[in-house]
Design a protein around this ligand. Sequence first.
Ligand code: SF4
Ligand code: SF4
Length: 384
Amino acid sequence: MPMKTVLKQELDFSRRVGEISGETLSLCYQCGTCTASCPLGVPVRRLIRSSQLGLKDFTLANMDLWNCATCKLCEATCPRGVQITDILHALRVIGYEEKKSPKKLDEPLWGVYEDANPWGGKKGDRAKWAENLAVKDAEKTRAKYLLYVGCAASFDPRLQKIARSLASVLNQAGIDFGILGEKENCCGDVIYHIGEEGFLEELVQNNLKAFEKTGAEAVISISPHCFNMFKAIYPKYGKMIPAYHYTELLSEFMDRDLLPMVPSDSKLNITYHDPCYLGRYHGIYEGPRKILEGLPGASMAEMADNKSNALCCGGGGGQMWMESIGERPSHQRVLQAVDSGASILATSCPYCVQNFEDAAKTKGVQNLQVMDVAEIVAMTMKVK
Ligand code: SF4
Ligand code: SF4
């Protein structure tokens, strides 16, 4: 190939990465701090360097790109403010176009395409978690809040308990909310991380229409991953109603004395894990802690790494559908929870709950209960 053509192709590739990721690619001066801080061993510095040099085939051949959990820990340590996760996302978009994405990710992609969820559930079973609960159909009856349950809490039997707990708490607090039930579609988080931009756009446009049609004032999400999609990604595609993570609202309801607590002599020794998509992505650190601290009998302890330094559970960026081999960050995290002296490892993300429960089993950790904040609130309000 003539040298001129090679140079043009290289320039095109790095320019495209820059366009998709917001032009911070050139800021990297190759210090390597990101690679050293990555709990999943992603060779970030190398991926960025080969992108700067326009080495498309070399960069996309590095399948470690797909091991990134998009936790932003590397970004928190980068001295140059490089938007690393956006750059890795750009590489995934181009990788998907070039058919270089892992075959393993075809499963969730087809699941969302055929059944509106990546968990292998049937679309018609989506609202089964709400059986025997008084929950409005937001399409038929206008409600102030649209509770977006998300695929994990809709289909996984363990995680459905989070949805049931939150719905019970909201009912007990007298909050006017409804759900889309069987009509709820995946938020598109996994499609975003696979890099399938065309399908993502179609899905987001459909969801925007469905949300608007309900007439709800705001959408409340159970998963921080859905919350991030609604808050940061959906507005790029059209008009989006305000989006909240449920802990933001519970924290406000607590201030307004809308969460009636039942006095208790039981002690709750809790440590709180910050999900990456609430903490590092949206700076939500204090609200969940305030809710937990306000529960009768609660005492809080921090883990060694907390808030902006919190370790990732390893579940973001499509990792829930990838093979995980060897030591995982979630293994280290449950040991940190044990070291804190807590008996409850609280978090506010279905992926974290699932990964920490698995990690506790793998590491043989006893006497540590993994619970979502919504489940702990429901337990102390005695609504579940
Ligand atoms: S930490 Fe930032 S500047 Fe250093 S290699 Fe990574 S991206 Fe580049
Ligand atoms: S976002 Fe997290 S998993 Fe991805 S490269 Fe950075 S530190 Fe590693």
